[in-house]
Design a protein around this ligand. Structure first.
Ligand SMILES: Cc1cc2nc3c(=O)[nH]c(=O)nc-3n(C[C@H](O)[C@H](O)[C@H](O)COP(=O)(O)OP(=O)(O)OC[C@H]3O[C@@H](n4cnc5c(N)ncnc54)[C@H](O)[C@@H]3O)c2cc1C
Length: 491
């Protein structure tokens, strides 16, 4: 059993930096990045707990990068609208100030710590390279009075506890993580109110202006309207009375989740999980509560949401080349390179793929589902990525295009599960070798005929046509609304 330091067991966080002994305690700052929520957030629980123990105030800081992995209106709008609600909740219900900075967190966070005299920085965990580098920079910049705790508030089992090495497959990982669940899949403690008030106040944040700016700057990929941002909406998707996943849609998860026409069979939680607007641990706890009703569905859901999702974090944490051919297993790299110059029936450019201009109507439909709806069905994501391998000049280019499109259009993109999804499809990561064939080598193959056997391909194509039509109609209506006041002011 792991030791507890206050409200949180010590294995859930690691010290990235320890202050020199004897330094006087100053305020605690939680630099929130990946876990953008008030409820069920181990990093926030720890920050408040440590502040109360030292009888010092606590604040939350968020840094808005000028650009992060190419996020556009779709992703930024969702995030900022969620943060707007979060700021209100955290200030009104907990009396914790929320500071928003813009620019490079490698500068803004150390500056803020210096300004307010903080001596403990709590931050949440992500395996993404850019943020790891940023944390290294912050650690090197802050004074020797500052301790930094990195908390894995995203995974049910902290990534460094689940395994101390790069796991080969779900098979090697599953046993390890399942063994640890009784210890880590536990109820959250109540979040305490801070004992001390923050001295001074924070700058008011003009959220509407920020959102309008992000939306116009990233207009190439507009927001989607079916996915309501924020913690309350996330809980509604999980267990709402009307159409919650666990309350209304769970029954068919294990049997229908691979049918792209049955979109409601899926949880729809990935945007919320990606932005940390809901805790995976909360989803798992709630799912376990209804296991008696639908045991197979719950077990399948937990396999996806814990084993597969946390395996993706394991991969990105231990494999720094998580988005390049260099990160493939040796057998796969060798096989892909041996077949790199095989003749392809079609070779498309990135632009042709982006515009869904291929000879395959099924593939085009999946691309359009992603571009206009913002979330491609999980089954189609595999087919979509594998076809990119088949239709581009070689595996490196295929992977680059796949990640580029995924991150640009998916509302849940720029996520370890996305990098691993692309690496699994194109580079065989976490998969095994299959019968050798042209272009794919030993990488698992998928084709149109296989899809036809599995689901109603024409039905899916028609469904996407309707989605695209609706999206275009909405866009036209919005454009008309935008024009109206301008015309009026001309008169
Ligand atoms: C090429 C490709 C690209 C992908 N890109 C992304 C991405 O950018 N972001 C993303 O979150 N997921 C990605 N996935 C994984 C998966 O397709 C999505 O998580 C899933 O479709 C999200 O929809 P859902 O939440 O309704 O799924 P559900 O089936 O309801 O799953 C519940 C949760 O389990 C997790 N999960 C499900 N399938 C997987 C998987 N294969 N690997 C890891 N975790 C999984 C997700 O957190 C998901 O939200 C990708 C998969 C592939 C093959």
């Amino acid at each position: 059993m792991a030791a507890a330091s206050g409200a949180v067991r010590t294995s859930r966080f690691r010290a990235l930096k320890t202050a020199r002994p004897g330094a006087e305690a100053g305020p605690v700052v939680y630099w929130m990045f990946r876990d953008q929520r008030v409820r069920d957030n181990w990093a926030l629980i720890h920050a408040v707990d440590q502040a109360n123990r030292a009888n010092v105030p606590v604040a939350v800081a968020f840094n808005l990068f000028d650009q992060f992995l190419g996020a556009r209106a779709r992703q930024l709008g969702f995030m900022l609208r969620g943060l707007k609600q979060l700021q209100r909740d955290i200030e009104e219900t907990l009396n914790i100030p929320f500071f928003l900075f813009q620019g490079d967190a490698g500068e803004t966070i150390p500056n803020f710590l210096e300004e307010c005299g903080a001596t403990l920085l709590v931050t949440d965990f992500t395996p993404l390279r850019q943020i790891r580098k940023c944390k290294e920079l912050i650690s090197s910049k802050v004074s020797d009075r500052v301790t930094i705790h990195e908390m894995d508030a995203h995974n049910v089992v902290p990534v460094w506890v689940a395994s101390d090495k790069l796991e080969y497959s779900a098979k090697t990982f599953r046993g390890k993580i399942n063994k640890l669940l009784p210890e880590y899949l536990i109820d959250f403690p109540t979040l305490e109110l801070p004992n001390r008030r923050w001295d001074g106040s924070c700058q008011p944040i003009d959220w509407d202006d920020l959102i309008a700016h992000a939306i116009s700057k990233g207009a190439e990929v507009p927001e989607v309207h079916w996915c309501i941002p924020g913690e309350t909406a996330a809980l509604e998707v999980l267990k709402g009375k009307e159409n919650g996943f666990l309350t209304k849609r769970l029954k068919n998860y294990s049997t229908e989740r691979n049918n792209p026409l049955k979109t409601h069979a899926l949880s729809g939680l990935s945007p919320y999980l990606h932005f940390g607007q809901i805790s995976a641990q909360r989803c798992a706890l709630e799912a376990k509560r209804v296991r008696q009703l639908h045991p197979q569905a719950v077990d399948t859901f937990l396999e996806e949401m814990i084993v597969r999702r946390e395996l993706a974090d394991n991969y990105c944490f231990y494999q720094l080349h998580y988005d390049s051919l260099k990160g493939a297993w040796e057998w796969a790299k060798k096989s892909l390179l041996e077949h790199a110059s095989d003749r392809r029936e079609h070779v498309y450019t990135r632009e042709q793929l982006e515009k869904a201009q291929t000879a395959d109507p099924l593939w085009n439909a999946s691309q359009l589902e992603m571009v206009h709806h913002g979330k491609m069905h999980g089954y189609m994501r595999m087919y979509w990525a594998k076809k990119i391998l088949e239709w581009t000049k070689g595996p490196e280019e295929a992977l680059e295009i796949c990640i580029y499109l995924n991150d640009k259009y998916e509302i849940d993109g720029r996520d370890p599960s996305g990098y691993v999804g692309c690496m699994w499809s194109i580079c065989g990561v976490h998969d095994q070798g299959w019968k050798e064939r042209p272009v794919f080598g030993k990488i698992r193959y998928m084709n149109y005929a296989g899809c036809r056997r599995k689901f109603d391909v024409d039905g899916y194509i028609s469904y996407v046509k309707r989605l695209v039509g609706d999206a275009k109609k909405r866009k036209r209506a919005e454009a008309l609304l935008d024009e109206r006041p301008q015309k009026q002011s001309c008169c």
